[in-house]
Design a protein around this ligand. Structure first.
Ligand SMILES: [Zn+2]
Length: 213
């Protein structure tokens, strides 16, 4: 259990966050991962909430056949990195049609869970973000190319896809039609080479750029 330091007053506290979450065995953990609250601890001295950003977590949803490995930079050594690569090849082989993803931060873990809970494919979502960013940049918003866009939710009768992104210190939303998502999913289906790598794969803006950059 890591010892964490309150960012506000410096009080140290032992914080217990599960290293493995299986949402079939512990369904109560799902909401905490989706909204990030599982990573928050409240300082007993000053009452301020703190976010644990450096702990690894393996999120497992057996019903969705999904595993997302949160591995913040520095949370594992080079040797562990090496053994993870070997293990993930074995896991891919033994689990078959499982979706295995690797993320670096809590926000991206939350996003992945939301995407798969909505029944969407994260590869198509990343491509959808890419297309949306390009369109917004063409209309004059050049900052959007560097902004971190995140899937927020699918809403309305038309299943609009809503993304959030930071701009001038606040969060903005942009909604795109479900047809854009379907077009992206179609392009991916027709291009078998556009797929995640073996094992716990990163599917992010860098992944999309490697095909369509
Ligand atoms: Zn404190």
């Amino acid at each position: 259990m890591p010892i964490c330091k309150c960012a506000s007053c410096g009080t140290q506290q032992t914080v217990s966050i599960p290293e493995r979450v299986n949402v079939r065995e512990n369904p109560e953990f799902k909401a905490g991962v989706r909204d990030g609250s599982i990573f928050v601890w409240t300082c007993p001295a000053c009452g301020k909430p703190n976010l644990v950003t450096d702990q690894a977590m393996l999120y497992h949803d057996p019903d969705a056949r999904l595993m997302v490995y949160l591995l913040p930079p520095g949370s594992i050594s080079a040797r562990m990195e090496d053994s993870l690569a070997k293990q993930s090849a074995l896991i891919s082989e033994s689990l078959g049609d499982y979706t295995l993803r690797r993320v670096d931060d809590v926000g991206t873990l939350m996003e992945k869970v939301k995407i798969f809970d909505a029944g969407l494919d994260d590869c198509a979502i990343e491509m959808c973000k890419h297309v949306t960013r390009m369109e917004m940049a063409e209309k004059g918003d050049k900052d959007i190319l560097q902004a971190k866009m995140k899937f927020f939710r699918m809403e309305g009768a038309d299943n609009e896809i809503v993304f959030t992104y930071p701009k001038d210190g606040s969060m903005q939303c942009v909604a795109v039609g479900f047809n854009v998502y379907e077009d992206c999913a179609g392009i991916i289906r027709r291009n078998p080479s556009v797929k995640p790598s073996e094992g716990f794969a990163r599917v992010d803006s860098g992944w999309v750029a490697s095909f369509f950059g």
